[in-house]
Design a protein around this ligand. Structure first.
Ligand code: C2E
Ligand code: CA
Ligand code: CA
Length: 640
């Protein structure tokens, strides 16, 4: 008794004890750092659990082996069996883990899971069978040991090979450095096992199972907090959304956008950080703060833990308003419950951005089902636009050319018109410019749309001319950003000449821009196209800040006075004289003045008195399908 038996000579509990301590440290870290909760994380936890049991069993069976009584030996056998089973269970879980992280298709995942499980059962079964029948691991009464056939190395190599195989086969799905991290730690494990084996040692086996677990925590699950703010990254947010969507949990969401920090990409000042930290910590239970970008933060918590969330929202809003007064930074706050449609696609960043786009500075907005509908429509339009753009068909039937005839004051006839775009999409029907022009501009699709409108306008002009209609020209709207494309002029000329109409039958409308590089681009393009006889309209004059000097520098033909000026001129005699004076000034400098948004006779009369050359508005016609333009234009024979 008390004398150490030969079996324990090459074992010291030090390895297992360190593994146990490290596992506990890892668990503490995993639960205090922000770890994406997902299936992989559950497997990760299972592996740590198995490793703890394995290490304990290893310590126990070595330490209770103090005599060779049957009772003692039975315990030794039992814990040794558990020890081995746990090690293989870790390896099996490692296979599951790798498949999860690599998003292996369900059918393949099932097959490999069965293979892994069967191998686990065979190895453990053989181990148990060997012990029970005495053919395997066996301790004799004189304390000498029969090790039996050693299946451990075989099983270990099988699992390692399977893991390497999966990783290599699906290497395209994993970031190279992450894969190297896994392979590196696996190699270290195998080397340590080999060294231990060559020294007849057994103390560090469990330690070698620890290395891949450390790699997982570090490479896959760690989402470092922003130390100052306590926020974590967007990918962590996606994990949280996915996890709760699968569990059918509703989330409470509060999202803050601050333009100043977003645009200048600078971090929040110290005082504001403290406020945000305090908000995140005090108002919701179990809330996690995510940093989407420098000026955009999202707070999420499970609704189940925050029953009185409506009250909380109100408290936050009043607290926020108080803080706002102190700092005065512009903000937008969106709050409310998660929506299944958005959670399903894990698309909160885009969803929130969409809401922000449509709300005023320094305001609060509660997420509604209507927002979801509008957002989805927006996404649908975007998808269709991308498809139209990719298709490159300049006669794409989804893009409709509408037209508004323009009344020529001098001749008393309609001889020009403005082309206006609409979309006609399967799911939404007719879509108007306010819902897609901005979107198309932001996403670089606008020029493809312009090409289509231009093509359809040219086709119609050709038809009208062939039929003997008098068409001076039709103007097409162009977005500023198109002018930055070096191919712009060739593209426009190509379409016009390709359709076989004279260049001067097309005019281009552009709005003013404050930007210096826009101005340069505009000037060079206008010069080239004017050579060809294309006329230029300055659109929406009077809506923004106008730089007269610049307007004069660009060779516009027609100045389009916006409807706001038509309305302004109606206030009193003085306002009418002002608008009229402006129009006269342009007229004297050989510009033609066109009034937009002429809605009734009164408008018309005033505009005619204010140097109008052209009139456009509902008084004459709403925008109509371009094929109906023939109802407005005169024929050559009619004028004779
Ligand atoms: P815009 O170029 O100023 O076009 C005139 C807008 O005023 C048109 O709206 C027209 O329907 C509307 N309108 C016409 N007469 C009246 C009236 O008497 N009263 C009032 N209140 N409004 C009138 P629409 O068609 O919805 O187009 C809106 C804007 O979308 C256009 O403003 C233009 O900036 C843009 N847009 C339209 N088509 C195109 C296009 O093909 N390309 C580009 N880049 N932008 C386009
Ligand atoms: Ca226009
Ligand atoms: Ca306009």
């Amino acid at each position: 008794m008390g004398e150490v038996l030969s079996f324990n000579d090459n074992y010291s509990p030090i390895g297992d004890l360190i593994v146990i301590a490290t596992c506990i440290v890892i668990l503490v870290l995993a639960y205090t750092s922000f770890v994406g909760k997902n299936r992989a994380f559950l497997i990760f936890n299972a592996m740590i659990g198995c490793l703890l049991v394995a290490s304990f069993s290893d310590v126990i069976f070595h330490n209770i082996f103090t005599d060779t009584s049957d009772a003692t030996l039975n315990f030794v056998y039992l814990f040794r069996l558990i020890y081995h089973a746990m090690l293989f269970l870790i390896l099996f879980n490692y296979v599951l883990y790798v498949m999860e992280v690599l998003r292996i298709e369900t059918s393949i995942k099932k097959k490999l899971t069965i293979v892994g499980l069967v191998v686990f059962l065979i190895i453990t079964g053989v181990d148990a069978y060997g012990i029970v029948t005495g053919k395997g691991f066996h301790i004799n009464k004189d304390a000498s040991i029969n090790t039996g056939k050693n299946f451990f190395a075989l099983g270990y190599i099988f699992y390692m090979a399977l893991i390497v195989y999966i990783m290599v086969f699906y290497r395209g799905r994993i970031y190279k450095k992450v894969m190297r991290g896994f392979f590196g730690t696996m190699a270290v494990s195998m080397v340590v096992l080999a060294i231990q084996g060559s020294h007849q040692q057994r103390s560090f086996t469990t330690a070698t199972f620890l290395f891949p677990i450390i790699a997982m925590l570090y490479l896959v699950h760690s989402n470092p907090y922003d130390i100052e703010l306590g926020a974590v990254s967007t990918s962590a947010m996606e994990d949280m959304v996915r996890y709760n969507y699968e569990k059918k949990n509703t989330l409470v969401i509060m999202s803050l956008y601050m333009k100043e920090f977003e645009e200048e990409r600078k971090t929040f000042p110290k005082e504001l950080q403290a406020v945000i930290r305090q908000f995140a910590g005090t108002f919701f239970k179990g809330a996690v703060l995510f940093q989407v970008s420098t000026g955009h933060m999202v707070l999420m918590a499970e609704e189940a833990h925050n029953k009185g969330y409506e009250n909380t929202f109100n408290r936050i809003i009043s607290a926020f308003t108080a803080e706002y007064e102190k700092y005065g930074y512009d903000f937008k706050v969106v709050y409310g419950l998660s929506k299944a449609e958005i959670s399903m696609k894990n698309d909160y960043v885009n969803f929130l951005k969409y809401i922000y786009k449509n709300m005023a500075q320094n305001s609060f907005h509660e997420i509604s089902d209507e927002d979801v509908k509008l957002f989805q429509k927006n996404e649908y339009i975007l998808k269709e636009l991308a498809d139209i753009c990719r298709g490159g068909n300049t006669r794409d039937p989804r893009v409709l050319a509408y037209c508004q005839p323009v009344f020529n004051v001098k001749t008393g006839r309609y001889d020009t018109a403005e082309a206006l775009m609409r979309l006609k999409l399967q799911d939404t029907g007719m879509v108007y410019p306010d819902q897609f022009i901005g979107l198309a501009e932001e996403n670089g699709y606008i020029h493809s749309l312009t090409r289509i409108i231009l093509q359809k306008t040219c086709d119609e002009i050709k038809y009208l001319l062939n039929e003997g209609f008098l068409v001076n020209r039709i103007s097409v709207n162009i977005s500023m950003q198109e002018l930055h494309d070096d191919n712009f002029c060739d593209d426009i000329i190509g379409i016009i000449e390709g359709s076989g109409i004279p260049d001067h039958k097309i005019a281009i409308e552009i709005t003013e821009s404050q930007n210096e590089s826009d101005f340069e681009a505009m000037k060079s393009k206008i010069d080239i196209l004017k050579e060809k006889g294309i006329k230029f309209y300055l659109d929406d004059f009077g809506t923004g800040y106008s730089n007269m000097e610049r307007i004069m520098e660009l060779p516009f033909d027609i100045i389009k006075f916006d409807r706001s000026l038509v309305i302004a001129s109606n206030i009193n005699r003085k306002s009418e004289r002002m608008v009229g004076g402006l129009a006269n000034m342009f007229a004297e400098m050989n510009y033609s003045v066109l009034y937009e948004g002429v809605e009734d006779e009164k408008d018309e009369k005033r505009c005619v008195n204010m140097a109008a050359s052209y009139l456009q508005g509902y008084k004459y016609s709403k925008p109509i399908p371009i094929m109906d333009l023939k109802n407005y234009f005169a024929r050559l024979d009619e004028t004779a």
